[in-house]
Design a protein around this ligand. Structure first.
Ligand code: HEC
Length: 511
């Protein structure tokens, strides 16, 4: 950890811990308009000659491969501070997590950054360097192993592997989902939703990954089968799951969801114009086509990136979402948008989209679909003045080298619980946003590539609303700790059904 960050974090941490020790409730505030703070401490914690930074302000950028675990909220914010004024501290946390997760992977084990304290490792990476989060466990490595144990964290073996892309090596990325609603092995629709089609008539693909803490918690202990939460029998209705940090494991759970578009061809072959391809973080992935039932290796460009991190203070998680800057208008550098034809025809009206594909069973998707027309319905926050999400993006871009691939990615929004101690599950008549930790912003927190069809609050009513927290709060009626994966994917303790697209591999883990 860099010295700057360490000082910074220890400062914030000291303040927060002091607040916590004084009384556990001091991590929260009582009114719904203010956010978590540690204003209770009256002892002076530091003696420094420099004046405290203005409030609100953007904390200094740190180029580090260490994922932050604390939101650097100043120790003595004004008593009447609004949630909006706390936004830059959460946006900073989002960007620092984004940098650490996209830090070059060490290549040893899984989830390990290469030289996390050496900024030049990050600033000199290219748009094909393998990244840390890419070595996290994919959802199917955890939830689709049926009567076998999912393998230990560092292992790339799977007792069952997707039968869809037999050519794929264990460490190759396989992209199989085009939706968030169906099984990850035949998905082309978004969460409870429809597929997204780019301007080249290619479907966008999604993947979900879990960090070590979350993976291990759901995998459970080898010798305690009742802790194996990937099995339905261990999650009867009414059981409450609390992912780490929890009383038995203080480390943060992190879950990732990413969206990719095809850039045409593979590395170094034709496809999207070379100049445009240089604007994406890319990976050569095995992509499953449900019409031809074939996998082809394609160069895929990252277009959307969700991070949810559960921290010890923010137990309803901190929700961050990033996009590639060319997704939708306004154009940057006059480059065409991935999901918009550059005209108002078709008009996206009050929904933020037009030409939504029809919902079809996997395998029956039209091979050359009409491109979806998308606009951003919920603007990126422009408040608080001078320290808004837009300003935080500018600050991080300015701190990165001009040729960094991450210049082409922007934070769209961060959503967080302002009053984390106030949680009551929907199953127990909890009501959003107040019983969901006082979510802020209350709505309109979505990604144009991942929640294209849930941008408008009216259209998202049936799907629990147009924000990360309103929707994830309902995972397992609030009993699955905001993880839709944990709510939807646990299975029977039996061999895969004959319809499963998972097949036994040579290496089988002991049950
Ligand atoms: C309308 C509902 C909805 C909204 C809004 C939504 N999500 Fe999700 N999200 C889902 C569903 C459904 C899944 C799929 C889980 C699965 O089936 O594996 C999912 C998956 C995820 C995952 C993968 C891990 C897991 O177990 O849930 C992450 C991370 C995530 N979403 C983050 C976000 C963020 C960040 C936002 C806001 C910017 C957001 N989501 C908005 C419904 C939603």
């Amino acid at each position: 950890m860099s010295t700057t960050r360490m000082l910074f974090l220890s400062f914030a941490l000291t303040a927060l811990l002091l607040g916590c020790k004084a009384s556990p409730e001091t991590a929260t505030t009582s009114t719904s308009t203010t956010t978590t703070s540690s204003s209770s401490t009256t002892t002076s914690t530091t003696t420094t000659s420099t004046a405290p930074p203005a409030f609100p302000s953007i904390p200094p950028v740190v180029i580090s491969g260490n994922i932050p675990t604390t939101v650097p909220i100043p120790p003595n914010p004004p008593p009447n501070a609004t949630s909006e004024q706390f936004r830059p501290y959460f946006d900073w946390f989002s960007w620092e997590s984004f940098i650490a997760l996209n830090w070059p992977a060490s290549g040893v084990g899984r989830g390990n950054p290469d030289q996390p304290n050496n900024p030049s490792v990050f600033t000199s990476m290219t748009n094909t360097t393998p990244v840390t989060w890419g070595t996290y466990k994919a959802n199917w490595e955890l939830f689709d192993q049926y009567d076998k144990r999912p393998t230990p964290w560092n292992d790339y073996n799977s007792p069952y592997a997707p039968a869809l892309c037999p050519q794929a090596k264990q460490t190759d990325k396989q992209l199989l989902m085009v939706t968030k609603g169906d099984t990850e092995l035949s998905d082309v629709n978004q969460a409870f939703s429809f597929p997204l089609v780019d301007q080249s008539s290619n479907y966008v693909y999604f993947e979900v990954r879990y960090n070590e803490q979350q993976y291990n918690w759901i995998r459970g202990a080898d010798n305690t089968p009742a802790t194996w939460l990937y099995l339905m029998k261990n999650l009867p209705p009414g059981t409450v799951v609390s992912l780490p940090p929890n009383p038995r494991n203080p480390a943060d759970s992190i879950m990732i969801k990413a969206a990719w578009r095809s850039l045409g061809g593979t590395q170094n072959t034709s496809g999207l114009q070379d100049k445009l391809r240089q604007r994406y973080y890319t990976v050569n992935a095995w992509v499953y086509n449900s019409q031809t039932q074939q996998c082809t290796q394609q160069l895929m460009g990252l277009v959307g990136f969700h991070i949810a991190q559960k921290t010890s203070l923010f137990t309803e998680w901190v929700w961050s979402t990033f996009e590639q800057v060319d997704n939708v208008p306004p154009k940057v550098d006059n480059v065409p948008s991935s999901f918009n034809n550059g005209t108002d025809n078709p008009s996206t009206g009050t929904q933020g989209f037009a030409n939504r594909p029809t919902y079809t069973a996997p395998g029956q998707l039209p091979p050359t679909p009409t491109p979806t027309q998308v606009t951003r319905l919920n603007p990126m926050p422009t408040t608080p003045p001078g320290a808004s999400t837009v300003d935080v993006n500018n600050t991080f871009h300015a701190a990165l080298p001009k040729n960094s691939i991450w210049q082409y990615y922007q934070l769209v929004t961060t959503q967080w619980p302002t009053n984390p101690s106030q949680f009551k599950a929907p199953a127990n008549r909890g009501v959003y946003p107040q019983d969901c930790g006082g979510a802020f912003p209350v709505n309109g927190a979505v990604n144009t590539a991942l929640e294209t069809y849930f941008q408008s609050s009216q259209l998202a009513v049936g799907a629990f609303g147009n924000s990360c927290m309103s929707c994830h709060y309902n995972a397992g009626t609030g009993l699955r700790d905001f993880s839709w994966g944990l709510a939807r994917r646990p299975h029977q303790d039996a061999p895969p059904p004959s319809t499963s697209k998972m097949k036994a591999t040579a290496q089988t883990a002991a049950k």
